[in-house]
Ligand binder design. Sequence first.
Ligand code: NAD
Ligand code: TYD
Length: 340
Amino acid sequence: MNLLVTGGCGFIGSNFVRYWLEHHPEDQVLVYDKLTYAGRRENLADLWEDPQLSLVVGDIGDQALVRQTCLTQATDLIVNFAAETHVDQSILGPLVFTDTNIRGTHVLLEVARELGIRLHHISTDEVYGHIRDDHQSVETDELAPRSPYAASKAAADQLVQAYAITYGIPVTITRGANNVGPYQYPEKAVPLFSTNAILGEPLPVYGDGQQMRDYAHVYDHCTGIEAVLLRGEIGQVYNVGTGREMTNLEMVDIVLQTLGKEQSLIRHVLDRPGHDRRYSMNVDKLRALGWEPRYEPRQAVAEAVRWYQDNQDWWAPIRSGEFRDYYEKQYAERLAGLQG
Ligand code: NAD
Ligand code: TYD
């Protein structure tokens, strides 16, 4: 099979490419990636020599290039990871989220429609919005996004489903929980807190830190996507997570304990506007395909933290480069101001 993996140089995409080449060595994988700040060739540094793997640098919004790439590769399946992915970035600069997440996905759908290609779209639990305490989202729940990021992902989900209904094109969707693991850009909470703690810098916890997330290991997301690609029903949506949440303060505690660092590094800072208090998903539909997660959430976080401890060579150049401007914009006032 010939797979076009968009966003394959990002966090989850690169873990997926690595997983897929190892478990399906007969397949051809073409990574199509714009190489934004979050997309890094070095995430697959050890694999570029593999004749089964290739790279096209491009934007998913460039219809002519996507089309030509699919024709040249004779693509059987597009797996769409490409996106702007960070909620805080979507609050600072939302328009690029619309360009990539909505229009970019729409372009992929158009090419898939014209050339008769199956498309698997990677979505998120954030499309369900804030979840009240006694509920776990199921795939048929209404979408109720609350951040520009989540809204752009929900719009993309709905375009994918509308194309399946209107044009009958073969699509599937997975909605992933908060992923942790190797190669996650340090703007996200777990790698940010891990690298800050290693550097002895404060950990900026938004608000009271009682927000709840399902921290799932990226390995389990990859096996979940594989289960849907191989055994999922065309036209269906599948949640992928552990089905269990913890508070952000519990997550921070695992980070500090794993690194042997003091609680005094915790700083409660001004909360994120519109911060969703809780995400929680029911994953029974994916389980019914024979999938089980390997990691429970505590293990997933601890394992991720150890990767950052062991792979300073990967993140130190990021932290000392362009990331500093973003960090300054996002945290300087917060860390100087409101303390919990
Ligand atoms: P990431 O930010 O680490 O990587 C995104 C990748 O997409 C990068 O390689 C980037 O260069 C590429 N990209 C961005 N804009 C592009 C464009 N216009 N054209 C082509 N490539 C482009 O993201 P991630 O955390 O790996 O997330 C991957 C997917 O999974 C996204 O669709 C995201 O919404 C979804 N998701 C993420 C999580 C999570 O916890 N990180 C959870 C659930 C779902
Ligand atoms: P994040 O990794 O940004 O994922 P998302 O917002 O998409 O769930 O954040 C995970 C949780 O950690 C979320 O509740 C916000 C919180 N958080 C902080 O408390 N401080 C931070 O500096 C960041 C980046 C996140």
